[in-house]
Write a protein that binds this ligand. Structure first.
Ligand code: F6R
Length: 239
């Protein structure tokens, strides 16, 4: 793992944003695996600004998001579909047919997950962007007794519900989500993980220096050949 300790979230956003812009300019039809949450927002802002300046185009970029809530309408402001459009897609020339999400409202969840995994296998993710949960989750792969392979429906843990319920001011936060599996995440050519703040210090330390165990799903990244970890000093404080 390459560990980059930076001053703050803005500096990380610029560094990771530049990494993505350079990668897109090098391979305009790149396939990206994308994350939601607070961590990637400065990165998405940087990419959108570079698009506005005419320094990058996303017209041939393909994206696959990591996860989506179950039983939350796609149009809800808290769906990850809405998040991605508000934070990145609506500010660029990416084509709607090139953006992909797990459908948390699918009638047949099993078929939906299988279909997403088939698409991922065919598309082959070049760069996967990740955040990390306070409990070490990646995507919504919560601590467990085994590492997941493909996409599946997960019951969110109390830790995740308390971290994310602040966004749900009108309706209660969904208790389940669909997520890409750890096996699929590990298939990406390159992985870039962002974490900031003292709340993430335990998870970052377990991910980098702990045993590889499904109790800390992110620890599996120790087995990937190309992982860049961008953290601030607070998240790095237990290393
Ligand atoms: C989001 C996702 C999650 C988040 C993680 C950190 O698509 O997959 O694993 O990356 O919960 O969230 P933030 O960045 O809000 O602290």
């Amino acid at each position: 793992m390459n560990i980059y300790i930076m001053e703050n979230a803005q500096e990380i956003g610029k560094a990771v944003g530049k990494l993505f812009v350079d990668a897109i300019n090098k391979k305009p039809d790149i396939t990206l695996g994308l994350a939601t949450g607070a961590s990637p927002i400065p990165t998405y802002k940087y990419i959108a600004e570079e698009y506005k300046k005419g320094n990058v185009s996303l017209k041939d970029v393909k994206t696959y998001n990591l996860d989506e809530y179950v039983n939350l309408p796609k149009e809800d402001k808290n769906s990850y579909y809405s998040f991605m459009h508000a934070e990145l897609f609506d500010h660029t020339d990416i084509k709607e047919e090139n953006v992909h999400f797990l459908n948390g409202n699918a009638e047949n969840i099993e078929a939906e997950c299988e279909n997403y995994d088939d698409m991922l296998d065919e598309a082959k993710v070049d760069i996967q962007l990740l955040g990390i949960g306070r409990n070490g989750h990646i995507g919504f792969n919560e601590p467990s007794i085994r590492f997941s392979k493909g996409s599946f429906k997960v019951k969110l843990t109390q830790s995740t519900i308390s971290a994310n319920s602040k966004y749900f001011d009108e309706n209660p936060m969904p208790t389940h989500a669909l997520t890409m599996g750890v096996g699929s995440i590990m298939k990406a050519q390159k992985i870039v993980l962002i974490a900031t703040g003292i709340d993430k210090a335990d998870a970052i330390s377990a991910m980098i220096s702990g045993d590889v165990t499904p109790v800390c799903p992110a620890s599996i990244l120790q087995f990937h050949h190309d992982v860049d970890v961008y953290i601030d000093k607070a998240a790095a404080s237990l290393l």
